[in-house]
Design a protein around this ligand. Structure first.
Ligand code: FAD
Ligand code: NAG
Ligand code: NAG
Ligand code: NAG
Ligand code: NAG
Ligand code: NAG
Ligand code: NAG
Ligand code: NAG
Ligand code: NAG
Length: 633
């Protein structure tokens, strides 16, 4: 149970309201200045990074962030229960997205959260703080038309300095490092405002699965955040190393700096409805129409320099569609005047997903403590006391997980070449497009962009150092396989009944059949774990898929019924690709066809990387700020 919640991060996280109004944020439009230089829509992971760096670089220019949520205290992923710890009640700090039924996985519906709080998803996430592989960034930047001369470059070498700039890594104490064999390389980090650290505690069964992975031939790597991560990795978490409290964008990029930034305004409890171009999209920046959540009044705000949309992969395409950016026929159905015909808006939707394995032990090891120890009142009391010590100690210093493997396809299966050839042939014979959602399959630019993405992903899957699977471990008797580079695509479209609501999300999971070949290869690979002597010595026996699952057809049935449909990494709905490839923003993050408007958040990724997304969001924010500073200096 506990391991499931720790590993999947798919639990509902309580966020308690701050005891009193601590921060002098703006709550009413009447408190705002008549106009701002920059307006940022969304005070989340990327948006606050941009706001922090802009206000730092330009003391004389004003920045307004408009955020839907509130300033709230955001507990870590595994903190003591609020009642035990003295919390004062939960409030809603996230949007809940329940997807449309997904046809290729038995009409199951994905359950996804997205931050609705100052700090965005970084304030509610699982705190797993890895980075992509260098090949992900290099693959994105190799897409045609990306990084033209005079535009920003987004290869690994171009973005790596921004990954570093975003975090302050604190090495564990020597005794802790020795006890758990943590390894790291401080030179790949910081110093930046978001904390990255290892907890001073692991559950007693943690090393068993690491030993099994090592026995499978996955080499341990000292540090996996330096671009090379095809390995058995130690993964730090986004957490203050001393207090063990969550580190997130709301703290690192707002409350830590606002006192010294009179030019940095944050308006909470307001929704950005749309941007408006009274004189046409060439005459920017646009007005920003916002709605008070208190009384629903609408107001137009004026930006003198630029508007940046940073509302996350669900809400950024919703704002763009309400503003008249999208596929013409879809906007017409929604009764919205077309400002720029951009079919990529809200298309190309992706998330990480995957099935897994579980087992039991007939001769379990002498492991203490395991999460079951939390049922012992004395152990629990000590865990709470330890959490409140400085430095904090004990189980409540943990977050999602600290170990993971990232393995290339050719190490996973002898059929990797067949899989790659299947992808290449569906591009060559034109059949790939038939797996796209109907409402953009007919668009030539989207089809061209999809074929190019598949070709780049086939290259990644052929690369002996680019991972295809991720699996993480904290404790327990199950492992999940994350399909790092899915081929299937979905959509994010306005809810036509109420266009201001959370948009309608259609996952494409499994619509491209090659994804099932990959899911199946991944599960078969993880089945090797229980066959290792590292786990056999404890009498490990596979429970799922289990001995009843023999044929490939049975395995795919098992996968369809057991898949985690969302690892909470929605992305790619306003992709940084050329317009004739279904892109929405260019390499300088400018929305195609519009002046004074950029997007900076996880919507701009062309396809998913081999990592969780918070580090990517911070790096995109740092890089976006750098681009804006160069433009306006
Ligand atoms: C439950 C969960 C667990 C996760 N676990 C991990 C993990 O362990 N490790 C990891 O690296 N990543 C994890 N992620 C992913 C990662 O945190 C996100 O991908 C990343 O933070 C997204 O950043 P963003 O800037 O794109 O959007 P967000 O950080 O979500 O910011 C968007 C902001 O815009 C605001 N907003 C939305 N609409 C409007 C509007 N119309 N007007 C004004 N404001 C608006 C939202 O309230 C929010 O604050 C997880 C995500 C979730 C939800
Ligand atoms: C910044 O936060 C401090 C509390 O740390 C508060 O006193 C101050 O008013 C805030 N300033 C702004 C501009 O929000
Ligand atoms: C999924 O739903 C559709 C539409 O309601 C239906 O036609 C189809 O049979 C369902 N598929 C399954 C496997 O239940
Ligand atoms: C740490 O590494 C040493 C040397 O490789 C090994 O002997 C020890 O068992 C390891 N400790 C754990 C907890 O795995
Ligand atoms: C990084 O974190 C450590 C530990 O909290 C702190 O001492 C140090 O000042 C921080 N460095 C920066 C640049 O923030
Ligand atoms: C993949 O296999 C190669 C060749 O056997 C090996 O050298 C490499 O370490 C393996 N990598 C991983 C991550 O398993
Ligand atoms: C914002 O400006 C547009 C264009 O001038 C106008 O149509 C719209 O009504 C304005 N909205 C508000 C709330 O004033
Ligand atoms: C482990 O699971 C298998 C398969 O479900 C079952 O047959 C066996 O009895 C279980 N063993 C233990 C020790 O629980
Ligand atoms: C669309 O909005 C309406 C009204 O709020 C709601 O009842 C409906 O469930 C929404 N549809 C989807 C698919 O979310």
């Amino acid at each position: 149970m506990l391991s499931a919640t720790l590993i999947f991060g798919a639990l509902v996280l309580p966020v308690i309201a701050a005891p009193s109004v601590v921060f002098n944020v703006k709550r009413q439009v009447s408190q705002l200045r008549p106009s701002y230089d920059f307006i940022i829509a969304g005070g989340g992971t990327t948006g606050l990074t941009v706001a922090d760096r802009l206000t730092q670089a330009f003391p004389k220019k004003t920045v307004l962030v408009v955020e839907y949520g509130e300033v709230e205290y955001a507990p870590g992923i595994f903190d003591p229960p609020l009642a035990v710890w003295g919390g004062i009640g939960a409030s809603a700090s996230y949007f809940i997205v329940q997807s449309q039924p997904i046809p290729d996985v038995k009409n199951a519906s994905a359950f996804v959260l997205a931050g609705k709080v100052v700090g965005g998803s970084s304030a509610i996430n699982g705190q797993f703080f890895d980075r992509p592989s260098r090949y992900d960034l290099d693959s994105w930047s190799s897409c045609s038309g990306r990084g033209r001369p005079g535009q920003s470059q987004w290869g690994w070498d171009d973005v790596y300095p921004f990954f570093k700039k975003s975090v302050n890594f604190t090495a564990p104490l020597a005794a802790v490092a020795q006890k758990y064999n943590f390894t790291w390389d401080s030179s790949v980090y910081g110093p930046g405002p978001i904390y990255s650290s290892f907890p001073p505690f692991l559950w007693a069964d943690h090393h068993g699965v690491r030993d099994a992975w090592a026995e499978m031939g996955i080499p341990p790597r000292r540090e996996c955040a330096g671009g090379d991560k095809d390995a058995l990795c130690w993964i730090p978490i986004s957490q203050d190393p001393v207090t063990a409290r969550r580190s997130h964008a709301g703290i690192g990029h707002y409350t830590a700096v606002n006192a010294s930034r009179p030019n940095y305004d944050l308006l909470v409890k307001h929704q950005v409805v749309r941007v408006v171009y009274p004189k046409g999209p060439q005459r920017g920046p646009p007005l920003v129409e916002i709605r008070s959540l208190a009384d629903s009044t609408l107001r137009n705000l004026t930006a003198k320099a630029e508007v940046v949309i940073a509302a996350g992969a669900f809400h950024t395409p919703a704002i763009l569609q309400r503003s008249g950016f999208g596929k013409k026929s879809i906007l017409k159905d929604a009764g919205i005047d077309v400002v720029v015909d951009l079919p990529g808006v809200g298309s190309n939707f992706q998330d990480h997903s995957g099935s897994g394995v579980s087992w039991n032990y007939s001769k379990p090891g002498d492991w203490y403590p395991l999460p079951s120890a939390m049922a012992d009142p004395a152990f629990l009391a000590d865990a709470v006391a330890g959490f409140n010590e400085i430095p904090a100690r004990g189980p409540y210093t943990l977050a999602n997980s600290n170990s993971a493997i990232f393995v290339p396809l050719r190490n996973i299966t002898t059929t990797s070449q067949t899989i790659i050839e299947r992808i290449r042939s569906m591009i060559a014979d034109g059949s790939a497009a038939s797996y796209l959602p109907a409402d953009y399959r007919s668009d030539a630019s989207m089809v061209a962009g999809y074929n190019e993405q598949l070709s780049k992903i086939a290259d990644l899957l052929s690369n002996p150092h680019a991972p295809s699977i991720e699996s993480t471990f904290a404790t327990g008797t199950s492992l999940r396989a994350v399909n790092l580079h899915p081929l299937s695509r979905g959509t994010v479209r306005l809810n036509l009944t109420d266009k201001l609501q959370v948009p309608v999300v259609q996952y494409g999971t499994g619509s491209n059949p090659v994804d099932f070949d990959i899911y199946a290869a991944h599960v078969k690979y993880l089945q090797r774990v229980t066959k290792t002597t590292a786990l056999k010595q404890f009498g490990a026996a596979e429970v799922t898929p289990g001995p009843a699952v023999q044929t490939d057809a049975q395995l795919i049935e098992y996968i369809k019924s057991s898949m985690v449909l969302s690892f909470m990494h929605p992305c790619c709905t306003a992709a940084m690709l050329p317009r004739d490839k279904g892109g929405v923003v260019d390499a300088d993050l400018r929305v195609h066809g519009a002046a004074g408007l950029r997007v900076a958040d996880m919507s701009v990724l062309p396809y998913l990387p081999s990592s969780h997304l918070s580090s990517v969001a911070y790096a995109v924010g740092e890089k976006a700020a750098d681009i804006l500073v160069k433009t306006w200096r």
